[in-house]
Design a protein. Structure first.
Length: 596
């Protein structure tokens, strides 16, 4: 024992000596603040880099909220306890203690902190180091990036603290409450960020793609005004009875800038969601990713937001999250080429290759939803079967196609977690044109809205031969006649339907329902119906007997957990302020109404 004590004392002494000897040695891989601020262009690059600092627990594209929280999507994965996202899809058990909400809040404010530091660097060193013209352009970019993160925070949490470079410089973060400004005032601040970007940036950046420009700022301004034009975000004061026509005119103004820009419709709908087209004319602004073959790094710059969403059994580690709902599949039904509207969900249907059916479908179904008996993402050597579902009795057999590349392209990261070099669209051209059509409908300019919607449908009609010719016999889509846009009510229904089909599984559906003031009506009806979903398929009666080819029908019920789901208007419109944030400085923040 004595020798042990001496040994331990010797270690302590050695440790103390080592500390004294090396305490003045600066750490490696760390840059001091003054040196960092003296490199303003690198500080701006750091702000851009934070756009991709995502992870499946805090995906910046918000798919667990915009999709799982809607009628488009089921969570998927290994069961309801796999990740903490189950409350986001049933709403009734959602509380402020979800770690995913806390991480999202924290990470978005980390992004804002980088923007604040970049602005400080630009103010101190920008003009001298970069020249005034470039420095002003960089300031516009950073205001865009800061507005981008604030828009997401405001979309999610409503009551948020406004932390800008003044708060940062004066170390007032822990003295800044989240109810200092109203929802409308916060939106005014976000709009100001994008106005500064719009005024400072050219339509095309001289130093390459991936950077924000005037057109992207115009798209964000349109999105802000469109959100405000419907009301204050709560169902009782949102919707057609609260339309602000001044804001709707702003939407038309700013979407007009995008319409008359270098951007446009990509010719084939399927190309939009292939990595090789990720910076096409369709991409107004997107978070950039890369393959390791492109940037000579070990794994490239992957999209970590979507790393759970690969198809089970198709990828090396497809975790099978983000699964399209039967309700969404039903919404793609057509009759004489047009949607079924009120009748679409009367029966649960789905196409099966090799089984002719009189039911026809919008072609975008086959670009959006992976289904048994059809090729996975267009490649016939990778056929989907009922085995490509991890928990079919919970989440069914569909898989998402838009957020992953083709299987032959492989993963960017091939370890126990796969990840993909798929850009995350912040705005694609068609999204902006649908915002324009939405505003035109509410302003009574119905024929202009019909033209936009028919242009989008024509592109869908032209998107069969290149990628989904195997589904041609299942597809039928037509343009809307003028009689379908005779009234504002008709036009509104068709616009909303078109937005759902075109933007399905792109993280916008729940926020659309909330904006229109119809989330509780749509979601509670969806919960009641989706809980009774049944998928039927044929399999061999005795697969172990090669001579017995007798087939039997198998019925798989799924989605029963929706029996516990309920959306409460006046509470669930926004997500709760995370518990850890609420009590970090007790009394500083207030909770959104309805939550404890």
């Amino acid at each position: 024992m004595k020798s042990l004590k001496i040994y331990l004392l010797s270690l302590v002494a050695l440790g103390m000596t080592a500390c004294n000897d090396f305490i003045e040695v600066p750490p490696t891989g760390v840059i001091d603040g003054e040196t960092a601020y003296s490199e303003p262009d690198k500080m701006v690059n750091a702000a851009y880099a934070s756009l991709g600092d995502c992870w499946f627990e805090y995906p910046f594209n918000l798919w667990p909220y915009g999709d799982l929280g809607s009628d488009d999507c089921l969570k998927g994965g290994g069961g309801t306890t796999d990740t903490g996202y189950h409350p986001m899809e049933i709403w009734s058990t959602l509380t402020s203690t979800a770690g995913e909400l806390d991480q999202l809040w924290y990470r978005l404010y980390c992004n804002i902190s980088r923007c604040n530091r970049a602005l400080v660097a630009l103010d101190e060193y920008g003009d001298a180091k970069l020249g005034k013209e470039t420095a002003d352009r960089r300031r516009g970019e950073v205001h865009f990036l800061r507005g981008h993160s604030y828009f997401k925070l405001l979309t999610m949490f409503r009551q948020i603290p406004w932390v800008d470079e003044y708060v940062f410089n004066n170390n007032l973060q822990e003295q800044t409450p989240n109810n200092q400004f109203t929802y409308e005032e916060l939106f005014g601040k976000v709009i100001n960020e994008f106005e500064m970007a719009y005024n400072a940036l050219p339509a095309e950046m001289p130093d390459g793609g991936g950077r924000a420009n005037k057109i992207a700022a115009a798209a964000y301004l349109a999105k802000c005004y469109l959100t405000l034009a419907w009301g204050d975000g709560y169902e009782a004061t949102d919707g057609v009875n609260f339309i602000n026509t001044e804001y709707m005119n702003k939407v038309v103004e700013y979407t007009g800038v995008v319409e008359n820009s270098q951007y446009g419709y990509l010719a084939d709908y399927g190309d939009i969601f292939l990595p090789e087209y990720k910076n096409s004319v369709e991409s107004v602004f997107a978070v950039q990713t890369s393959q390791y073959t492109e940037d000579n790094t070990r794994f490239g710059r992957a999209n970590w937001s979507n790393m759970l969403n690969g198809c089970w059994g198709m990828w090396s580690c497809g975790w099978d999250f983000h699964k399209p709902s039967q309700n969404l599949v039903n919404a793609f039904k057509t009759k004489d080429g047009l949607p079924l509207f009120d009748e679409y969900d009367a029966t649960n249907d789905y196409p099966v290759q090799g089984q002719p059916s009189t039911q026809k479908w919008d072609p975008r179904l086959f670009h959006t939803v992976g289904m048994p008996s059809f090729p996975y993402k267009y490649e016939e050597e990778y056929m989907m079967t009922t085995a490509n579902s991890r928990t079919p009795y919970t989440y069914g057999f569909y898989t998402s196609l838009k957020d992953v590349p083709q299987r032959s392209g492989g993963e960017t990261f091939e370890g126990s977690w796969q990840a993909f070099a798929m850009n995350d669209y912040v705005f694609r051209y068609t999204d902006v044109m649908l915002m324009r059509a939405e505003a035109l409908v509410e302003l009574g300019r119905l024929e202009e809205a019909r033209t936009i919607i028919n242009d989008i449908r024509q592109r869908a009609a032209n998107s069969i031969e290149k990628h989904i010719d195997y589904a041609a016999d299942f597809c039928e889509i037509a343009l809307y006649p003028s009689t379908d846009f005779a009234t504002k009510e008709q036009a509104r229904e068709r616009l909303r339907w078109e937005r759902r089909l075109e933007m399905a599984m792109e993280s916008s559906r729940y926020f659309d329902l909330r904006r229109w003031g119809i989330a509780s009506t749509v979601l509670n009806a969806y919960f009641a119906k989706e809980a009774k979903s049944v998928y039927k398929y044929m399999e061999r009666e005795d697969p172990d007997s090669p001579d017995n080819m007798t087939m039997k029908e198998v019925s798989v019920p799924y989605g029963q957990y929706y029996d516990d789901a309920h959306y409460t208007a006046g509470k669930n419109e926004f997500y709760p302020v995370p518990y850890n944030q609420l009590y970090y400085v007790p009394g500083l923040y207030v909770q959104n109404k309805g939550y404890n």
